[in-house]
Design a protein around this ligand. Structure first.
Ligand SMILES: [Zn+2]
Length: 349
């Protein structure tokens, strides 16, 4: 396999040097939060459970998978690692080396491959296909948001009844529920994870930024210290009302480069991820801009940030869309829209 080769699961080939680099950065991230590792053994249990926050369990792999020779497994969506009973250190101290090796192996999968299996960045699994359009679309007037579809009368009546009952029992808390009906009119309720939004007006544009997104950028920043990190911002833009909704992000692609003074966003798999998100959300969520972190408290854009933003402005202007960039620092983030000089700072709060 060459350097650009892909395995059967679309996992890219990683050179021994890249792998070594990944190991060092994982250990550095851990040391940063939980103290320097001076000598072997590497505290792989702590790295797994405390730093990566994966649930560690002992399982019967033979029973689970029906084959011999499997000692570990990783369930990405559930953030869970399973190690075979036969390697449990307390009852099988002789197998300690094998136990450490197996656990480190699963941690390697988590670190290097989890993104390949975590495609549901925006929607919950139970909402898959919810925004897919069935039937012919047609226009009922001449505005840009007038595309509709025909709905059968029984569906309309059923959902009207469900909605009427729901309104009567609404609480004062924020809540979002989606009701889905199958072919036999069986209806299920899916509670949607909602997040409050923060507002900031930048250069005449009102940004609505998800607090959950802010938390996740802050977390990503801390986990990469002392280096910078970043990613791509997702949302939607309302040109008529000059609103930008910043909803979610796609984390740094695996070919991104991080240092203490710069972050170079890679592009491996990014187009595919954005396409999946577009399909999952019926075209409602798309690329809206870029974000990166600064290791210190200052969110003042560097010379390089200025160059990147100028490029972004030019690039987005061709489509008549404003450029958006965010810089996340220790206790605030800075938001730039369209014009470098008119950025606004927002406290994390
Ligand atoms: Zn910067």
């Amino acid at each position: 396999m060459n350097g650009k080769g892909y395995g059967k699961y679309g996992v890219s080939f990683i050179t021994p040097e890249q792998m070594e680099l990944e190991i060092h950065s994982l250990l550095a991230e851990y040391s940063n939060q939980h103290g320097q590792i001076l000598d072997p053994p590497i505290p792989i249990d702590e790295i797994t459970e405390i730093y990566l926050e994966l649930a560690l369990e002992f399982v019967d792999t033979k029973k689970l998978f029906g084959v011999d020779g499997v000692f570990g497994a990783l369930w990405v969506e559930e953030q869970r690692v399973g190690i075979d009973h036969s390697l449990e250190p307390e009852s099988n101290p002789k197998m300690l080396g094998r136990y450490h090796f197996t656990l480190a192996h699963e941690v390697g999968h988590w670190r290097l491959h989890r993104r390949k299996f975590q495609k549901r960045v925006v929607t919950q699994p139970s909402l898959d296909g919810h925004l897919k359009i069935f039937g012919n679309q047609y226009r009922y007037s001449n505005s840009c948001r007038d595309v509709s579809v025909r709905l059968p009368q029984d569906s309309v009546a059923l959902h009207a009844a469900v909605a009427a009952r729901q309104f009567r029992s609404l609480s004062t808390d924020f809540v979002a529920k989606v009701f889905r009906t199958d072919d036999s009119l069986m209806t299920t309720c899916i509670e949607v994870d909602v997040s409050p939004y923060r507002q900031v007006v930048v250069n005449g544009w009102t940004l609505h930024v998800s607090e959950r997104l802010i938390r996740s950028m802050v977390q990503a920043r801390v986990s990469m210290l002392p280096r910078e990190t970043g990613g791509v911002l997702l949302g939607s833009i309302d040109l008529a009302r000059k609103l930008i909704y910043v909803v979610d992000s796609v984390s740094a692609p695996p070919d991104s480069q991080y240092s203490e003074t710069s972050y170079l966003r890679g592009c491996e798999g990014l187009v595919e991820s954005l396409e999946i998100i577009r399909l999952q959300t019926g075209g409602q969520l798309e690329y809206v801009g870029e974000w990166h972190s600064h290791p210190g408290a200052s969110t003042r854009p560097s010379k390089h940030d200025g160059q990147l933003f100028a490029w972004l402005v030019q690039h987005r202007l061709m489509d008549g869309i404003p450029a958006l960039m965010a810089i996340v620092g220790e206790d605030s983030s800075r938001w730039l829209v369209k014009q470098f000089s008119k950025s606004k700072e927002m406290k994390h709060g």
